[in-house]
Write a protein that binds this ligand. Structure first.
Ligand SMILES: [Zn+2]
Length: 361
């Protein structure tokens, strides 16, 4: 297959052709210079690396009803909030199949990986691992130890099975527990992540010390707070649809201006379908609605480029021969590629160049 149009990847957007051979990128170059001279089937489109969902709680997919009218803190508070009662009341099998359904939907929409906060200790992580096996989506599991004060044995067990730790928030944890957990992550070489300034503003010292590898939300952070985050070079996962459901938004324009590294996530699967494309469109339009526009290029990077860097595989965000990227072809006009990707992509326009794959998802 030969795609003529544009590439949007770690190097930005540019007009180009991409030739695929058995699903692999065989050739990339300027339009009109390909070696096939009309012998290959041509399509017009945009070639991108597969997106990553930067923040999910897929276990929540066990319930998909409209959220009850209550502050988000009460809904998702451990251990007695609405969400944790639902999790506690569902069987492992029900949770596993709900997670699998969410992962299947993600795969159909072209998502290659998800960075998931998995509650319920080591057993919760094992459940996610079982659900993800053979799903075609890499589930990066940030587990959560349950016992407080932290029990070193439980923490070691969670870290053994998980890819890192993802905590509720700095406010919900004692400093000594956060420091113990962060130090254990450091020595295991695994990321330490937590939610911050979601429903109420927290001072940056509360969540930047000990330094995390990932912060989630910062919907209530001020521009000064965001400057401190940018200076600490900590990546932030934002979830605009999830925040909007509870009447708030992250300041994406300020994050872009200050050079904060941003991932885009769909958050609790009980409240939002895990669709990165819907999240992208909402993020873009939402910033315009608030007259604080973030650029399409910045948002596209948050889905297609920054997460691969965060996962320490930056080459997976490059469309080039020999790249480990899993490319997607979007049947969209190649003009202004970041704008097309952010506002017009649905799973219906995705073509997978892989061998034996049907062209319709
Ligand atoms: Zn979250």
């Amino acid at each position: 297959m030969l795609v003529e149009g544009a590439i949007l990847d770690v190097d930005g957007a540019r007009p180009a052709y991409v030739r695929f051979d058995r699903g692999r990128i065989a050739e990339v170059g300027k339009l009109g210079t390909d070696s096939r001279r009309g012998r290959d089937r041509r399509r017009r489109g945009i070639v991108i690396p597969s997106p990553v969902n930067g923040h999910t709680h897929l276990g929540d997919a066990v319930s998909v009803r409209e959220p009850p009218a209550a502050p988000v803190a009460r809904l998702v508070a451990a251990p007695d909030g609405y969400k944790f009662r639902l999790l506690a009341g569902a069987t492992p099998a029900a949770k596993r199949s709900a997670i699998r359904r969410a992962l299947d939907r993600m795969r159909r929409s072209g998502v290659a990986a998800t960075i998931d906060f998995r509650e319920e200790g080591a057993a919760g992580v094992e459940l996610l691992r079982a659900a993800a096996r053979g799903s075609g989506v890499r589930a990066v599991a940030l587990g959560r130890p349950l016992v407080r004060p932290v029990d070193p044995r439980e923490l070691a067990e969670v870290l053994r099975v998980a890819d890192g730790i993802g905590l509720s928030s700095a406010r919900d944890e004692r400093g000594v527990d956060r420091r113990t957990i962060a130090a254990a992550c450091r020595s295991a070489g695994k990321p330490f992540a937590l939610h911050a300034s979601e429903a109420v503003r927290e001072p940056p010292d509360a969540y930047l010390e000990p330094r995390p590898d990932l912060l989630v939300h910062l919907a209530k952070a001020t521009p000064d707070d965001l400057r401190a985050v940018a200076e600490a070079r900590v990546t932030v996962a934002v979830c605009p649809r999830s925040n909007a459901l509870f009447g708030r938004q992250p300041d994406l324009a300020a994050m872009e201006r200050l050079g904060v590294r941003v991932l885009l996530g769909t958050d609790n699967a009980m409240f939002q379908a895990p669709s990165i494309w819907r999240e992208l469109e909402f993020a873009y339009v939402g910033t315009r609605l608030r007259r604080r526009p973030a650029s399409a290029a910045f948002l596209a990077r948050a889905a297609l480029v920054e997460p691969w860097r965060w996962l320490r595989t930056p080459a997976a965000a490059r469309i080039a021969p020999g790249s480990p990227a899993v490319p997607l072809v979007l049947r969209l006009p190649p003009d202004d590629p970041a704008y097309q990707v952010v506002t017009r992509t649905t799973e219906h326009v995705i073509v997978r160049p892989g061998p034996g794959r049907s062209e319709a998802p």
